[in-house]
Design a protein around this ligand. Structure first.
Ligand code: TXA
Ligand code: MG
Length: 338
C-alpha cells in the first residue's frame, strides 16, 4: 500500500481515507496517533494489526468536542470539571461507556473507555471532517518508543497504513496523562505533562501510585503490563550528574559499543567517537527529545548499550522518568556497580 504524506492543508484527503475505512496517522501535542474511525470495527482491527497490539489493550477514543464524548459515555460532574479545565489538552479521561455504543474491539471488552481531546487544531479539524471520533493509540509498533515525528511513523508503518498527516515534531514528546474517573478517588494510570499538582486543585485528591505495578500484578491500564518504549540497545539510566565519570568508565570497559543520551553539558564530557544524542538542556527539552533519541540509536545498530540521563521525577520529570525507566527495563547504573 502507498502511504501518503499529507500536509495539514490536505486534511480533507486524509479524512476521506479515514471515512473509507483506512488507517491514517495524525499529529497531537503529545505524540503521533494511529487513526481509524472508532465506530468501524474493521478499520479499528487494522490498527491492532498494524501495531501488532495485543487485543486486550484498549484504544483511546479521540474526539473533536466534548459533545462527541456524551454520545458514547457518561460524563460525571468531576469529569466535566476536568474537561472544562484541561481540554483541549494532554489529558485522557476514562469514563463508563454507554452500553453498545462503541465496538468491543475499541474497549477491549471493558465497561469503560478512554477519551481524549487533543490541543492540536490539526487533529481536531481532522476529526471534525470525519464527523465521528477516531481511535488514537500512539503511532508506533507495539513495544517500540512512541513517534514524535512523521519520519518515526513512516519508519514503523510505511507501506502498511494509508497515510500520515505531517505537522512537524510533537511539542510535548510523551503521551497524555491517563486518569481513571470511574474509581474513587480518581487514579492516574499513566503520568504525563499534567500531574497531581495540576489535577488536585480541580477535583481533589487523586491516586498516583502508577510507578509500583509489580511483576505478575494486573495493572489498571492494560497497556502498562507490556514491554514498552524499548529500543534494540539496552538502556542504562545514570541517576546523578556526579555518577557520569564512573558510568562512562564502566561503559568503556564493558566490551560493548555504547552511546550516550544526555544534555549537551554531559555530552561535552563523553570521549570523541562515541555516538551521542543531545536531549537538550532542561526537562522540557529532554521530554520533547526522549523518544527521538531512543529511536536514533535504533538507526545505529552497532550500539548495544545506551547510557541515558535521569531527571528528578517531579512535575514533567515524573512522566519522563516513567518512560525512560520502562525503556531501560528498570536498569540503573547504580545497580550495575553494586
Ligand atoms: O497522548 C496520547 O494519549 C497518545 C496520542 C496519540 O493521543 N495516545 C496514546 O494511546 O498514548 P495508547 O493507546 O498508546 O495508550 C493508551 C493507554 C494504554 O496504556 C491503554 O491500556 C490505556 O490507555 N487505556 C485505554 N483504555 C482504557 C480503559 N478503558 N481503562 C484503562 N486503561 C485504558
Ligand atoms: Mg502507546
Amino acid at each position: 500500500m502507498k502511504t501518503n504524506r499529507f500536509t495539514p492543508a490536505q486534511i480533507t484527503e486524509a479524512a476521506a481515507l479515514l471515512k473509507a475505512g483506512e488507517v491514517v496517522a495524525f499529529p497531537t501535542e503529545t505524540v503521533y496517533g494511529l487513526g481509524a474511525i472508532a465506530t468501524d470495527p474493521k478499520a479499528v482491527a487494522k490498527v491492532f494489526a498494524a501495531k501488532h497490539r495485543p487485543a486486550d489493550n484498549p484504544l483511546i477514543v479521540t474526539v473533536a468536542t466534548t459533545a462527541m464524548v456524551a454520545e458514547y459515555a457518561t460524563i460525571t460532574p468531576a469529569a466535566q470539571q476536568l474537561m472544562t479545565a484541561f481540554w483541549p489538552g494532554p489529558l485522557t479521561i476514562i469514563l463508563p461507556v454507554l452500553p453498545g455504543r462503541l465496538p468491543a474491539v475499541v474497549t477491549g471488552g471493558l465497561s469503560t473507555a478512554a477519551f481524549r481531546l487533543p490541543a492540536s487544531a490539526v487533529t481536531r479539524d481532522l476529526i471534525a471532517a470525519t464527523g465521528v471520533p477516531i481511535v488514537g493509540p500512539s503511532a508506533n509498533l507495539s513495544t517500540k518508543p512512541s513517534a514524535t515525528k512523521a519520519e518515526h511513523v513512516l519508519h514503523d508503518f510505511d507501506g502498511v497504513i494509508a497515510g500520515v498527516v505531517d505537522a512537524g515534531p510533537t511539542p510535548v514528546g510523551v503521551e497524555s496523562t491517563v486518569i481513571d474517573m470511574t474509581v474513587t478517588p480518581p487514579a492516574i494510570l499513566r503520568p504525563g505533562k499534567l500531574g497531581p499538582a495540576d489535577l488536585e486543585p480541580i477535583i481533589g485528591p487523586v491516586q498516583a501510585d502508577h510507578h509500583h505495578v509489580a511483576a505478575g500484578e494486573t495493572p489498571k491500564a492494560p497497556g502498562m503490563k507490556y514491554k514498552h518504549y524499548a529500543p534494540a540497545a539496552q538502556v542504562v539510566i545514570v541517576d546523578a550528574p556526579a555518577d557520569w565519570p564512573a558510568a562512562l568508565a564502566w561503559a568503556k570497559v564493558s566490551g560493548t559499543a555504547y552511546g550516550v543520551l544526555a544534555s549537551p553539558a554531559i555530552l561535552a564530557t563523553v570521549p570523541t567517537g562515541v555516538p551521542t544524542y543531545a536531549l537538550g538542556g532542561d526537562i522540557q527539552a529532554a521530554t520533547h527529545n526522549l523518544f527521538a533519541g531512543l529511536r536514533w540509536f535504533d538507526l545505529h545498530p552497532s550500539v548495544s548499550l545506551v547510557l541515558a540521563q535521569a531527571y528528578p521525577a517531579t512535575g514533567l520529570g515524573a512522566a519522563y522518568m516513567n518512560r525512560l525507566d520502562k525503556s531501560a527495563g528498570g536498569r540503573h547504573f547504580t545497580q550495575e556497580q553494586a
